[in-house]
Design a protein around this ligand. Sequence first.
Ligand SMILES: NC(=O)c1ccc[n+]([C@@H]2O[C@H](COP(=O)([O-])OP(=O)(O)OC[C@H]3O[C@@H](n4cnc5c(N)ncnc54)[C@H](OP(=O)(O)O)[C@@H]3O)[C@@H](O)[C@H]2O)c1
Length: 288
Amino acid sequence: MTTTTRPASRHPILVLGGTGKTGSRAAAALRARGADVRVASRSTEVPFDWSDESTWDRVLDGVRAVYLVPLDGAEAGPAFVRRAVAAGVERVVLLSARGVDTPGYFAPDDPATRARLDLEAAVRDAGPAWTILRPGWFAQNFSEGLFRDGVRAGELVLPTGTAAVSFVDTEDIGAVAAAALLDPGHDGETYELSGPRALTFDAALAEIAAAGGRRADYVAADPDEYAAALIAQGVPEVEVAMWTSALGSIHRGLEAAISDGVPRALGRPARDFTEFVRSAAPTGAWTP
Ligand SMILES: NC(=O)c1ccc[n+]([C@@H]2O[C@H](COP(=O)([O-])OP(=O)(O)OC[C@H]3O[C@@H](n4cnc5c(N)ncnc54)[C@H](OP(=O)(O)O)[C@@H]3O)[C@@H](O)[C@H]2O)c1
């Protein structure tokens, strides 16, 4: 960790997934520090689509550094890294996930884990300087992601038993990404990122209710019945496999661990879940 900043670059920093939960925070943190940022996704003025290679070169034009947010389970990542190197990219900060290289953390046949490991290897071997971020579960899943509908409906059903989770605030992920892109001292680092404490879903929902959000109950579902219900609803099997694999790591208690990546990268404690709830409640995230 260091507070020195590299001299400002004339080249834009490309932020993929820059309209999403971590990319938007990375872009904001970079802009707050005066960097020239190019956000790219399917909905930006110059579109970028992982499934359409003809969109890749235009967003890479003139870029020397990339915050790379992959799509879960997609195999295009390594090809994009090769294209980025050919375009002159000198630095890549990759969003991966906690536990990817720990046997038994995710399901053995989980396509998301395989794709993440392949992409991590591609980034490490490509040549440019690299930093890998391995976050646990995001706090913003409650306000912008897959838990939000359940909170709004008053019932969050998940196959995660009574396990606790050390939810990481994506503000911290964005701040670590910006530090790795702008400051020396982060090359070759793999940062595992979590919040500063683990809390159960019951406790998380109680905090949201106490902050004026919707009062919702957590309902622990049977993992097999939960997966069967998703399939019956028409969710593709590959998505069900990735989702239940990720939730399984919570059920087995693995997501309660506290990681040191935020303090190590930023020299300050990670943001607490209470801070996240206080900042998300006024945005109307939980207003029915
Ligand atoms: N959620 C968690 O708790 C958690 C934990 C650990 C790791 N992760 C990892 O985080 C990543 C997701 O990051 P996030 O939650 O910040 O993203 P997000 O909020 O789900 O947003 C997805 C971003 O990707 C863009 N996108 C979607 N489809 C695209 C496509 N075909 N081509 C190009 N861009 C596309 C979206 O913009 P457009 O719709 O405009 O294209 C958006 O900017 C995944 O790799 C996941 O494994 C998540």
